[in-house]
Design a protein around this ligand. Structure first.
Ligand SMILES: [Ca+2]
Length: 510
């Protein structure tokens, strides 16, 4: 089996590794990986065509749980995701693998797409699938027995990759955790380009900058937090869709306007357009807008400079430009390019197929999204859930195999005022702040343990308890805990300590 691979690394770390780094540059994943248990490491290339190859690594702990996992990537990266391999191997004793998706580069750099039709396919789906197939074989060879269960653990592009596996290779994984998925790649890239370059372009009179968003975000909190169905004023908007902010009082024309913190009518219009769904000029739905409150988070991405994958996707895949070019398009041209992208799906990168009955008949799918996502509008995850329901004709037993969690006050995959640490993808060692690890190592506070229980014992998670740590560092202690509810339920405050999860219950509101 190994003859098909170009192996570049086989090493047994019998004493574990305190600080793992590579001897080559990984611009997408430069962070060191700390406190690894004893494991065997294998790194190799898969030659996927005469003009493309895929790098992957599989790390196999000496003390093995019998489980296999793969972690996903972010944006257009571009590198074996060593930092994210830490959680599965260190916390769950899983054999874990990751791929570079066929190239080495940062999450925002799409120049690898240039003149690389095979590399585009590697990025679209092939790198992940083949890495899964080969890694499972390597695991079986190493332990002399196959892994009993296989798990996908990813957020953002990692969510897209997990859903692509569900759609194309339903046998690869038994449990798939797909967070804040970039699943409708063509439409998402259209949205990130358009919302920055057209709606909030730097040279337009309605341009909004960070300090404008601070002013707006503060008013949105006043109008949405602790109002209506939001049962507690805690700086977290429970359901941003249940609130329709009115920015009129921020207008410089309003009576008694604060001249240093007011907005022009053009700026107010820009904010409403950022919140609104995006449609082509013929009325076709393209993608959701951002949720109310996302603008208030520091990482809000609509700053007039489109995130790299947007323009690079259209320049090098849809238009198929053969040299580095600056991408520019108006609304009419974007309409045309979206149609071409829908028709051609270059690299087969879209992961929006809702017909996933083959997977749901045998596996478990857990999707989740922060309701204040600052990079990928939260609505995309909700949209896909509804698309699946519709495609499968609204099955009553959908929750037996597919559940979605919506997490208030959480930005893209993590961050924000919400309780975004719940043992999901992207966990870090305590020496690195313990990001994404839960307060307790049990299925109530840990998404991966919840998934394991669901797959292996048939016990589905009804809620997950997330935490926000003081200064976003677990070593400082816990600031607050919140239950995250299975959609469409939301957490309702029932009285008692507002920072304790037990003071809330998941209820159907709408
Ligand atoms: Ca609230």
């Amino acid at each position: 089996m190994l003859e098909a691979l170009e192996v570049y690394e086989v090493q047994d770390y019998v004493d574990g590794v305190a600080n793992f780094t590579t001897n080559w540059s990984t611009p997408a994943y430069p962070a060191p990986v700390l406190d690894l248990p004893p494991f065997c490491r294998l790194g190799a290339y898969i030659h996927t065509s005469n003009s493309s190859k895929v790098q992957f690594e599989v790390w196999m702990p000496h003390d093995w749980s019998g489980r296999f996992a793969m972690v996903g990537n972010g944006g257009m990266a571009g590198g074996v995701n060593f930092p994210d391999m830490w959680g599965p191997i260190a916390n769950y004793k899983m054999a874990v693998c990751s791929t570079d998706t066929g190239h080495n580069g940062t999450s925002g750099d799409g120049t690898f797409l240039l003149n690389g039709p095979e590399t585009q396919v590697d990025f679209g789906y092939r790198a992940v699938h083949l890495t899964t197939v080969y890694s499972k074989k390597i695991v079986k060879e190493y332990y002399k027995q196959a892994a009993k269960h296989a798990y996908w653990i990813g957020c953002s592009s990692g969510g897209k990759q997990g859903l692509k596996e569900v759609q194309m290779y339903p046998e690869d994984f038994d449990g798939v955790i797909a967070g804040a998925s970039a699943l409708w790649w063509s439409h998402l890239n259209a949205q990130t380009y358009r919302i920055n370059a057209i709606v909030n372009s730097v040279d337009s009179p309605g341009y909004l900058n960070r300090s404008d968003y601070d002013v707006i975000g503060k008013l949105v909190l006043q109008q949405c937090d602790g109002q209506g169905t939001d049962s507690l004023k805690d700086g977290i908007i429970e359901n941003p869709r249940a609130c329709q902010p009115d920015l009129e009082q921020l207008s410089c024309d309003a009576p008694g306007a604060n001249s240093t913190a007011c907005l022009s009518d053009a700026q107010i219009k820009t904010m409403y357009r950022i919140w609104a769904d995006y449609h082509q000029q013929n009325g076709s739905f393209v993608l959701s807008g951002f949720e109310h409150g996302a603008e208030g988070l520091a990482a809000f991405s609509v700053n007039g400079s489109p995130y790299g994958p947007g323009p690079d996707y259209f320049a090098y895949q849809v238009l198929n430009n053969t040299e580095v070019t600056a991408f520019s398009a108006n609304a009419t041209e974007m309409d045309r390019l979206i149609d071409i992208a829908d028709e051609t799906d270059p690299g087969q990168t879209n992961a929006a197929d809702p017909n996933i009955q083959d997977f749901l008949s045998r596996g478990k799918l857990l999707t989740y999204v922060g309701l204040a996502d600052t990079l990928i509008p939260s609505g995309l995850t909700i949209w896909y859930y509804e698309q699946v329901r519709k495609a499968l004709d609204y099955p009553e037993d959908l929750h037996d195999s597919f559940r979605m969690f919506t997490m208030p006050g959480m930005g893209h995959c993590r961050s924000g005022p919400g309780a975004f640490n719940f043992g999901g993808p992207g966990q870090r060692a305590l020496r690195q702040g313990g990001t994404s690890t839960g307060t307790s190592f049990d299925k109530e506070h840990d998404m991966i343990l919840a998934m394991i229980d669901w797959v292996e014992k048939g016990s589905a998670p009804d809620m997950l308890i997330g935490a926000k740590y003081v200064g976003d560092d677990k070593r400082n202690g816990t600031l607050l805990e919140r239950p995250h509810c299975v959609y469409p339920k939301q957490a309702v405050y029932k009285g008692g300590d507002p920072n304790a999860a037990a003071s809330f219950e998941c209820e159907n509101i709408l």
